[in-house]
Design a protein around this ligand. Structure first.
Ligand code: SAM
Length: 261
């Protein structure tokens, strides 16, 4: 069957990637929300199963690079964007007695899991969960000492808008740190990684969450995300200075850092 040509307005409308698909940009966020609605309850368990616990080491590395002051008289204000169930926020608050962390996330199901977790954490009273769209932040300018994003930015429809918003809410001298899946550049590891990504992870999703689609989206969206150098350039374009990055596990993940000077 021959499909009719797209209407002119649809043909010219801006697009975004959703995994390997190209969708109208206005549709991407709803699709992403659907992914996290489906996985929220098993999100933390799946992270451990998929990565063999590696995500914990990567998140610890992010907090080590951030180096929040362990103590001090003034509070160290952090915004953890796309913070989901609070994994990074709890690590920062546990490491630094002076840190207060706002977890901003667009998904109510992920935030609900995070709030329940906060009640079981000693540092939970210094972590606050708020609904927030990373591209349109409802915080004052120059409000935070640091903005972190872990495994979130790949899901945003307009990465440039989110980077600009992160820059706006940072205080002068503040730091942006982003942890994301990236491009593997180690022979053999890249092939093993592809095998695990496409053959094992969606099946694991089907077994644990009862749905492989969210995990097929995960592995496809990783492949569509800019590599280390290209993403570094995007951070610079948003106005950050002294941009640098560090690979983790051969580039399976990478951390990017930029300063608002
Ligand atoms: N940072 C957490 C971690 O590392 O475990 C959660 C990462 S999870 C893979 C991605 C998160 O991005 C989800 O909680 C999702 O709701 C959130 N997200 C997606 N689009 C968003 C947006 N536009 N603004 C804020 N959060 C968003």
């Amino acid at each position: 069957m021959i499909s009719p040509p797209p209407s002119p307005s649809r043909r010219n409308s801006p697009t975004a990637t959703f995994g390997y698909r190209t969708v109208p940009i206005a549709e991407k966020q709803a699709r992403v929300d659907g992914v996290f609605d489906r996985v929220a309850d098993r999100y933390d368990l799946m992270n451990d199963l998929m990565s063999g616990g590696l995500h914990r080491i990567w998140k610890d590395a992010l907090v080590t690079w951030l180096a929040p002051p362990r103590r001090g008289r003034t509070s160290f204000a952090v915004l953890d964007l796309a913070g989901g169930t609070g994994d990074v926020a709890f690590r920062i608050a546990a490491r630094s007695a002076t840190a207060s962390v706002v977890v901003g996330d667009i998904n109510t199901a992920m935030l609900a899991v995070g709030r329940a977790r906060a009640r079981t954490q000693a540092c939970g009273d210094r972590v606050r969960f708020v609904e927030a769209d990373a591209e349109d932040l409802d915080f004052d300018d120059e409000n935070f000492d640091a903005v972190t994003i872990a495994f979130g930015i790949r899901n945003f429809p307009r990465v440039d808008k989110a980077l600009a918003a992160a820059h706006r809410v940072l205080k002068p001298g503040g730091r942006f740190l982003c942890l994301e899946f990236s491009t593997v550049d180690v022979a053999v590891l890249d092939r093993l990684y592809d095998l695990a990504s496409f053959q094992i992870i969606p099946r694991l999703g089907a077994m644990v969450v009862g749905d492989e689609a969210p995990y097929r989206y995960l592995v496809e969206s990783i492949r569509r995300f800019p590599n280390q150098a290209r993403f570094g350039a995007m951070i610079e374009e948003a106005g950050f200075d002294k941009v640098s990055w560090r690979n983790l596990t051969g580039g399976i993940a990478a951390m990017h850092s930029g300063w608002k000077l």
